[in-house]
Design a protein around this ligand. Structure first.
Ligand code: PDD
Length: 268
């Protein structure tokens, strides 16, 4: 339906409390990428916050497929949000609320050649988020503040640091290459289990490269050979600067190039 025809009540708990979960699924040439993995994560997010899943897997697939077919661009980011529904403002779960579903498809911006040639800049920032970062909830205020700090420092992403460990970006997962081995934080409550993260690990296996899912000491960021950030919207991006330090040789690394090339091949 046209955007003007969409109506959500101001009493919707997604609006009042941020009582909602979401997903973001890329589609290329009108085909969703890693759809089953995204739907599995959406189902898990709903389960973890005890919001009734309003659709079956097949209904989700149909709805998302329609959105992709009817959008103006062939490459889109499908955003899905499910809230606990509309009720008079009160903290306990409402008895008979019906989950609100909102979905939209926005053009997926391609990544500029210049970004791929030069890499991006990162900053580090203290992680002030809650203890369940593994659930994809819409309450992203801490992430938004971190991202804005990055932009104000002319960087494109903020790496969240907690108790001396670098966890992930404000809207991406983190990979650090050190002594030939790729490291990324394990899937625990401190990070979002990124679909792109899993996909990149698969690519590393296919390339015969060793990786470790382990906590990354903050100071490794300043002695890394390569640093990458991954997300559904930005795929796998090489970082060439972090805080005041140059990463590796100051250009996107050799391993990143291999991973990126295979990523594009699989995508195609
Ligand atoms: N964000 N970590 C955080 C905190 C994120 O918000 C995201 C993605 C990721 C990467 O997850 P995935 O590979 O599944 O996209 C990691 C999306 C893109 C967003 O909020 O728009």
């Amino acid at each position: 339906m046209p955007l003007e025809a969409c109506r959500v009540s101001p009493l919707d708990r997604g609006f009042v409390f941020g009582d909602a979960v979401y997903e973001l699924i890329p589609a290329y040439a009108r085909r969703a990428f890693c759809l089953q993995q995204h739907l599995a994560r959406l189902e898990r997010s709903l389960g973890q916050v005890h919001i009734q899943n309003p659709y079956t897997r097949t209904q989700w697939e149909t709805m998302i497929g329609n959105l992709i077919q009817r959008s103006e661009s062939a490459d889109v980011a499908v955003y899905i949000q499910v809230t606990r529904g509309v009720a008079t403002r009160d903290h306990p779960f409402p008895e008979n609320a019906v989950p609100t579903v909102f979905a939209m498809a926005n053009p997926l911006a391609s990544i500029a050649d210049e970004t791929l040639q030069n890499g991006v800049a990162l900053i580090t920032i203290k992680d002030i988020r809650w203890q369940r970062c593994d659930i994809k909830v819409t309450g992203l205020l801490a992430n938004i503040l971190a991202k804005q700090d990055a932009l104000q420092s002319s960087a494109s992403e903020a790496i969240l640091v907690r108790d001396g460990f670098a966890l992930e970006g404000s809207s991406s997962n983190l990979f650090v290459v050190r002594e030939g081995v790729v490291h990324t934080h394990p899937k625990d409550n401190q990070i979002l289990p990124g679909i792109t993260r899993d996909f990149v690990l698969e690519l590393l296996t296919d390339l015969g490269r060793e990786y470790r899912e382990q906590a990354i000491p903050e100071d490794w960021l300043y002695s890394a050979d390569e640093i990458w950030v991954t997300s559904s919207a930005r795929e796998v991006l090489p970082a060439t600067k972090i805080d005041q330090h140059v990463v590796g040789d100051g250009v996107p690394g050799k391993l990143w190039r291999d991973v990126y090339a295979l990523y594009q091949e699989r995508k195609a």
